[in-house]
Design a protein around this ligand. Structure first.
Ligand SMILES: Cc1ncc(COP(=O)(O)O)c(C=O)c1O
Length: 409
């Protein structure tokens, strides 16, 4: 493998160094348009809110803003970055979790639609502001995800209002003077099974039926969250998006009719589907070792790409310019944790010092989860746009880290 997005990876490494995240504008646009057109074909009143947490880079938000997307934000920083990218308030949703008063103040300030995580969140919001419209994130009692750590619905989830309390939450909001409503859920990430999405739509709309009958009104929108998965390995079957959109829309129309919910807007919040395969991570081999196992150490690690250490997730890895895999190795970073291993027992060509390792599908939850653990610096980010490379985030420097200490220390 020599090229990424038809671009000579060697040239990028020479110019920007490693570790380096490289994104492709065209792939981001294609993914967004594919989602939008599939859903709008079956349910024209669909809004695609890109989940900013997947990849918060301003340049990527600008691309999506130009394409007409909306966003879902989870922190004041994500709100500010979205505003900076040009998203207008009616396109911004704020979905927090255990939202502090200052989080909620930021959402109010940006005039975002606020999607509340709990009845207690409503109380915090009402302590300083009466919004015109809100939704609650409902935990519909089930959840599913690629790993346990990304299941966000069901009885073990820390998110959302338990569905048994949904009517109570909305009634409280109405009694306090809120007049316009939506309803939301997000039950898990990296799902590849179309029927699962139809199943959760059925659950949420059954809950919505009871809630809105009691309120004597109809929802303006129903947000079914993100969770649209991608295949990280060749043996995984990609999500059939067309079938997913068709099943979701059929279920949506049928249940809206059955429960007298009118024809609300359908909102989806994809993060991974838009950004994951639009990004590669380039790293350099810093050492090899024959211990009880053979190790290939690189200058990326859990500080650069956390998913393997956090969930046991795995990506595909290649060595630039070398094709013939020889023996199984463990690919690892330089962090002082034994969970700092990208892949165990994978067949790679023989790695030598200075070789470049290419990690696929690193565009979502990659840089966004990067840290300074062990005093390591966050990588640079580059965007490929029509055959040209552009730096879209500088590599962190030691000076950046020292800057946070007060001067009198
Ligand atoms: C509220 C919310 N919406 C959307 C997403 C995006 O999920 P995904 O990247 O699986 O599409 C997440 C991810 O955690 C989320 O918490």
């Amino acid at each position: 493998m020599n090229k990424i997005f038809n671009f000579d990876a060697n040239k990028l490494v020479e110019k920007y160094g490693t570790p380096l995240y490289v994104y492709n504008k065209e792939t981001i646009i294609d993914n967004y348009q594919k989602l939008k057109s599939s859903f709008q074909k079956y349910y024209p009143k669909t809004d695609v809110h890109y989940a900013v947490k997947a990849n918060t880079n301003l340049a990527i938000l600008k691309i999506l803003e130009e394409e007409g997307a909306s966003v879902d934000c989870s922190s004041p920083f994500e709100l500010l970055t979205s505003e900076k990218a040009g998203f207008t308030s009616e396109k911004i949703m704020y979905t927090g979790n255990y939202e502090s008063i200052s989080d909620l103040e930021a959402a109010v300030k940006s005039k975002a639609t606020i999607n509340l995580d709990d009845i207690s969140s409503l109380k915090r919001l009402l302590s300083f502001h009466l919004p015109e419209r809100i939704s609650f994130r409902i935990n519909p009692g089930i959840g599913r995800g690629g790993f346990e750590g990304i299941v966000t619905g069901g009885t073990d989830a820390k998110f959302g209002v338990p569905y048994e309390d949904a009517s109570k939450a909305y009634k409280l909001a109405q009694i306090n003077g809120i007049k316009r409503f939506g309803i939301h859920m997000m039950t898990g990430s990296n799902n590849l099974e179309p029927y699962y999405f139809a199943e959760i739509v059925d659950k949420l709309l059954t809950i919505a039926g009871k809630v809105f009958e009691q309120l004597g009104t109809q929802p303006e929108y129903v947000d079914i969250g993100g969770g649209f998965g991608i295949p990280y390995h060749d043996e995984e079957i990609p999500l059939n998006l067309e079938l997913t959109a068709q099943l979701v829309s059929e279920e949506f129309r049928e249940k809206c009719k059955k429960y007298n919910l009118g024809s609300p807007r359908l909102k989806i919040e994809p993060g991974r589907y838009i950004a994951a395969n639009a990004g590669y991570l380039l790293s350099k081999v810093t050492g090899t070792k024959s211990s009880y196992k053979k190790f290939v150490g690189i200058d990326s690690g859990m500080n650069t790409l956390l998913r393997p250490a956090l969930y046991g997730a795995s990506h595909q890895h290649f060595i630039l310019g070398k094709d013939t895999a020889t023996e199984p190795v463990n690919l690892c970073g330089r962090i002082c944790e034994n969970s700092d291993i990208f892949a165990k027992h994978i067949y790679l060509p023989e790695a030598e010092l200075g070789d470049i390792v290419i990690t696929k599908d690193a565009g979502a939850y990659g840089y966004a989860m990067a840290s300074n653990y062990n005093g390591r610096l966050r990588p640079a980010e580059v965007l490929i746009d029509q055959g040209r490379d552009k730096l879209i985030r500088k590599r962190e420097t030691l000076k950046n880290l020292f800057n946070l200490y007060p001067e009198d220390l």
